[in-house]
Write a protein that binds this ligand. Structure first.
Ligand code: IMP
Ligand code: MG
Length: 176
């Protein structure tokens, strides 16, 4: 069976949800500066759209961690492949992620950033597969809670494909 993509969240739905998240974040960080940490590569589309709509000062920085190969299963093993360029001491860090699945990646990362004497560390994720957690971790801001389906688009990939789709879709016909 060939791979096909079924639209799960349309471009318009994603756009509207990001606007609402940005408004909420803006209000909650009033008077502060947000040190946004994007997790490469999946979070970049979401991060840009979110950051553009926030009016408090925003610093953009990136980290790259590996927990997945080219397949669809978590290894539970998280390694920092690229660290932040900046210093986060005293900063209000907002981790921006594409999706939380097992929770392994973010629970590890949140601890790492908290240990750097940050003022606060919160998490904003576009998608949340709550039913798949292996470790306890809650995002502070969630775009959409979704079922246990493998999704692509809006930055998310399947074997590096489909990141540039302007919507979130489910890949059907994956041969495991
Ligand atoms: P976790 O450590 O299991 O929470 O994995 C989070 C990471 O796995 C995300 O940042 C994604 O890169 C990847 N991931 C999890 N589920 C999906 C999916 O449905 N599509 C694409 N990538 C996914
Ligand atoms: Mg990722």
């Amino acid at each position: 069976m060939a791979e096909t993509i079924r639209v799960l969240k349309s471009e318009e739905e994603v756009d509207a949800r990001i606007r609402a998240l940005a408004e909420q974040i803006d209000a909650e960080y009033a008077g502060k500066q947000i040190y946004m940490v994007g997790i490469l590569r999946g979070s970049v589309f979401f991060m840009c759209e979110l950051a553009k709509r926030i009016s408090v000062p925003v610093i953009l920085d990136f980290m790259c961690v590996s927990s997945y190969g080219d397949g669809t299963k978590s290894s539970g093993n998280v390694r920092i492949r690229k660290d932040l360029d900046g210093d986060v001491v005293g900063q209000d860090v907002l981790i921006v992620e594409d999706i939380i699945d097992s929770g392994n990646t973010l629970s590890k990362l949140k601890k790492v950033l908290q240990e750097r004497n940050t003022n606060s560390v919160r998490i904003c994720t576009l998608l949340d597969k709550k039913g798949r957690r292996e470790v306890e971790i809650e995002a502070d801001y969630v775009g959409f809670t979704i079922e246990n389906e493998f999704v692509v688009g809006y930055g998310l990939d399947y074997a590096q494909k489909y990141r540039n789709l302007p919507y979130v879709g489910v890949v059907e016909g994956i041969e495991e």
